[in-house]
Structure formats: C-alpha cells, structure tokens
Design a protein around this ligand. Structure first.
Ligand SMILES: Nc1nc2c(ncn2[C@@H]2O[C@H](COP(=O)(O)OP(=O)(O)OP(=O)(O)O)[C@@H](O)[C@H]2O)c(=O)[nH]1
Ligand SMILES: [Mg+2]
Length: 428
C-alpha cells in the first residue's frame, strides 16, 4: 500500500467551516538556489517532515499564524498551540502606517479663546516691505537661535496650513533660494513657540522658559489703504491684536507707490477711532506694544549708509555678523527718518511716537535673509549683498541667516507679559 502524501490543494476532510480563510502556508524551508525537485522539495516533504540526516537537526519552528502561548504545563514546558481560525473579517479602512503613534490633540487650539498663552499679533507694512519673507524666515531664525545666543527656540504649526507654511518657507528660502510670492488674500497662521532664552536685568544669567501660541495674519500691503476690500478686516485684526509688528522698508519708502506713509497713516487713524469707540484707550493712546522692524538691513543701499554713519557693530564670533545693537536701534531709526529718508518717513516716526506709548515701541534693524557669507561662512564686507537677479527674478545667494527676526516677536511677548497691562485676548 502506497504512503498517503498530503496534497495542499485537496479539501481538508471533515472541515465544517465553509468559507473560512485558508491558513497561511508555511514559509519554504529551502534556501535560495537549493534544488526544489518535487520528490525532495519542501512540498513533497510534508509540513512536519523530520530533518534530513545530512543537515543539523533544526529546532521545532512555531507556525507563522497567530498562536496562543499556553502557560507552563505540569511537565514544566511551554507549548505553542495554533489559534482557532478567525471568521471572515470586514474590510477595514486602508492603514497608511501601522507604526504611527496615536495622535493627540494640539496643546492649544486656534479657536480656544481661553488659552492664557495665546498672543495675537498684527503684522503691518506697505506693499513689498517684506512681511511674508519675515514670517517665512521665522522658522530659520528659531533653528539658528542657539548659534548666536544661549538658549533655544522651537516653532510648530498648530494647524495643517500653519505647519505647511513653515515647511514651504524653509524649502523656498534655503533650497530654491527664492522669495515668497506677493500675498493676495488674508492668511492666518497659528504657531506654537517653546523656548529658553537669556533673562533680563538681575535674571540675565538665568535662562527663561517661554511658551506661547502666536496668532498672526499676513495681508497684502495694499489692504492697508481704505479703498481696498480687505481693509475693514485688516483693521479688525489690528484692533484685536495685543501687539503689532510694523515693517518699515526704507527702500520701498523711496518709491511713490510703496510710500510707507500711504499705508501707515489711514490705518493708524482708523485703528485709533476703533479703539476710542470701544473705550479701550490706554491713558489716551493706543494700548498696543509695537516692534518696529527696519526691513532689508542687508541691502547695500541701507547697510552701507548705516555703517558709514557709525550705527553698526560686528560680532567677533561665529559668522561675525554686523548688527545695530539694541540700545542704538531707536537712534538709528530716528536718524534714518531725519537724515536718510524724507519728510514722509518723519511722519511715520511721529505717528508711532504720538499714538503709542513710547516705552512700548522698540526698534530693530532686521534682515529676513541676512548677509551673503563667504565659503567659510563668515561675513566679508567686500561681498555681502545676498540678493542677485537671475532671469529677471531676485534670488538669494547664500542660505539665509536671519537677523533680528525672532527677537521682535519674542521681546514683544515678554514685554506684553511683564508690562502688567495684560492685553490678553480682549473682546473689542
Ligand atoms: N534684501 C532683502 N530683500 C528682501 C528682504 N525681504 C524681502 N525682500 C524683497 O522684498 C520683496 C517683497 O517681499 P515680501 O515678503 O513679498 O513683501 P510683502 O510685504 O509680503 O509684500 P506684499 O505681500 O505684496 O504686501 C521680496 O520679493 C524681496 O525682493 C530682505 O530681508 N532683504
Ligand atoms: Mg506678502
């Protein structure tokens, strides 16, 4: 009588589970390249064929399907038993990555008006003054912070769009070496900031822990004139903001269609009316804290006169970047408006001084893209202009190292928090 060989294609005898999924096949025991003759191959050998005499005996392999581990038997040995076959399962949603950790909610939501650490900032500036590039440079400034200062900053998006903006900005500025496109609509960002930075005053030697959520809107510069359809919404934003970042572009100020005053005075006047009508003036002035950024400080037409007038010092370590020191920045802005620009710039200066409390306005010489650096990554006064024109389009020459981009924002947060006026989220 011939031996009964196991035929994997034949129906199992007495299997009453119609429609049960077939059990997975054993993995082949044949090494790659080994002959798989039907007489001697693994199929012919049957599922639990003893080891061939010319091979070292293999330890018993547990089958690859789900197993139950039966706890220690009285004999003292653990035994594997195949689990019972599962009934057919409904098809589930596609699994994108079975290893993803469960997703938690973000630590604060944009809509959550009660979050104490939320900071609404209005971004203001004439067309092409560099507002979007400033925002785009923020993640770079945060990553590079520890190069120049003790401490560290991390920025993260609170929404998909805000996160996407951070990612796209870094790619655009550093890899493509291009500037962002002109803004066409209102774009809201919500970013979380976590950091440690040097304290101030007596606490200078200690790192200060800071954490807040920034809400900021980017608008086209044209929206800061009353004839623009977005104007009312932009004024709303500025009125509801706790602090303002104002970009003053000395280059644009020299051109008729981007005069700073055109996009400054009418907005300032309406902001004042709105806040006066709401009865929320602070001792007769607008209650906001303001960071004024003198934009495009890297540009030779701005940088060179500042150097020649003696406003600039240079770091002695790292990339040896030039800067206008914080204690001179106010004087530098006054000089820029008095001596370098014209009568309209002086009116911007006067408007800031008259409508806001002077102690709540701080000035920064800012460059979103920083200076061109030499191959050793050091500033060279012979060749520092970081923008070149390629096919009629401005391109950034060396990877941006922003100057005074993070500071106007983190200082603003600190000034608002410590000034005592609070101006936490207020319903105007
Ligand atoms: N040299 C230099 N040029 C800059 C800098 N930031 C911006 N620019 C130039 O200014 C142009 C306008 O910058 P944007 O950031 O788009 O200005 P914006 O204020 O957002 O402009 P709108 O959206 O039209 O209101 C850029 O295309 C660059 O050519 C900077 O830090 N340095
Ligand atoms: Mg823009």
């Amino acid at each position: 009588m011939s031996a009964q060989l196991w035929d994997p294609n034949s129906e199992p005898q007495g299997d009453s589970q119609q429609g049960a999924p077939p059990r997975p096949a054993h993995p082949p025991r044949t090494a790659p390249g080994e002959p798989t003759d039907a007489a001697t191959g693994p199929a012919a050998a049957g599922p639990f064929q003893p080891a061939q005499p010319d091979r070292p005996p293999e330890p018993p392999q547990p089958p690859p399907w789900p197993q139950r581990v039966v706890p220690l038997q009285p004999s003292g040995r653990t035994e594997f038993q195949p689990a019972p076959a599962y009934p057919p399962q409904p098809v589930g949603p596609p699994v994108q990555d079975g290893n993803l950790a469960p997703l938690r909610i973000p630590t604060a939501r944009q809509e959550d008006g009660s979050a104490a650490d939320r900071m609404r900032i209005g971004l203001w500036g004439a067309p092409r003054s560099g507002k979007t590039t400033y925002l785009a440079a923020l993640p770079l400034a945060a990553i590079q912070y520890q190069r120049h200062e003790e401490g560290n900053w991390l920025i993260g998006g609170m929404t998909g769009e805000s996160s996407g903006f951070l990612n796209d900005s870094v790619t655009k500025l550093t890899i493509e070496r291009r500037f962002p496109s002109a803004t066409t609509g209102l774009e809201g960002m919500s970013w979380s900031f976590h950091g440690q930075e040097p304290g101030t005053g007596m606490m200078r030697k200690r790192l200060r822990e800071a954490s807040f959520v920034l809400e900021i809107q980017d608008a086209p510069g044209e929206a800061f004139v009353p004839s623009n359809p977005l104007h009312a919404r932009v004024i709303d934003q500025l009125a509801r903001a706790q602090g303002l970042i104002y970009l003053f572009d000395p280059l644009g100020d020299a051109q008729k269609d981007t005069h700073s005053l055109t996009f400054f005075f009418s907005t300032l006047n309406e902001l004042h009316n709105r806040i006066r009508n709401a009865g929320t003036h602070d001792r007769g002035r607008l209650p906001h804290h303001v960071s004024v950024c003198i934009a495009k400080f890297d540009h030779p037409e701005i940088f060179q006169p500042a150097v020649e007038a003696g406003w600039v010092t240079q770091d002695t370590v790292g990339a040896q970047l030039p800067r206008v020191p914080a204690h001179l920045a106010d004087g530098y802005f006054q000089w820029l408006c008095n001596d370098y620009r014209g009568a309209t710039a002086r009116l911007v200066r006067d408007g800031l001084a008259a409508y806001f409390h002077p102690e709540r306005v701080k000035y920064y010489a800012t460059s979103a893209i920083g200076f061109r650096l030499n191959p050793q990554h050091i500033f060279d006064y012979r060749n520092y202009a970081n923008v070149e024109i390629v096919n009629g389009e401005p391109r950034i020459c060396t990877s941006p190292e922003p100057i005074n981009v993070l500071e106007p924002l983190t200082d603003l947060e600190r000034r608002m928090r410590t000034s005592g006026n609070g101006r936490k989220v207020r319903p105007w």
